[in-house]
Design a protein around this ligand. Structure first.
Ligand code: FES
Length: 126
């Protein structure tokens, strides 16, 4: 897999706008869920976080070493549910905007993956 292409907008595996991700009810608040899309040998990994009533999406790629964040499926949040945790080296990110507030990539941000809620369904946004 080409790491640099994983989150590129020309990645053929990146789902198009309108793709259904999950029902809003499937996400606890706070909560998170990961998604993987594959086309041939290309992968796109993304995740969504429900936090304070909002749902925010990010590309599942840590700005530190480019690793996916979760050690276990759908486990993107700290135990308290108030921050996003990269399991590889412990970076912490704000769920509202993906800014790294502690760890080896402090000051950098996760790449946004726009999502929208429509009629109780979380979809990929344009
Ligand atoms: S890869 Fe995320 S903290 Fe190192």
């Amino acid at each position: 897999m080409n790491q640099s292409a994983r989150d590129a907008t020309d990645n053929p595996a990146r789902p198009t706008a309108g793709t259904v991700l999950c029902a809003l009810d499937e996400l606890t608040d706070p909560g998170s869920r990961g998604f993987m899309f594959r086309v041939g040998d290309q992968l796109f990994l993304g995740f969504v976080v429900r936090h304070g009533g909002a749902v925010i999406g990010f590309v599942d790629r840590c700005p530190h070493a480019g690793m996916p964040l979760a050690m276990a499926p759908d486990r993107y949040l700290t135990r308290e549910g108030d921050q996003i945790l990269c399991a590889s080296h412990g970076a912490l990110f704000r769920p509202t905007d993906g800014l790294c507030i502690g760890g080896p990539c402090a000051g950098r941000t996760l790449t946004a993956w726009p999502v929208a809620i429509e009629a109780g369904v979380v979809r990929v946004a344009a």
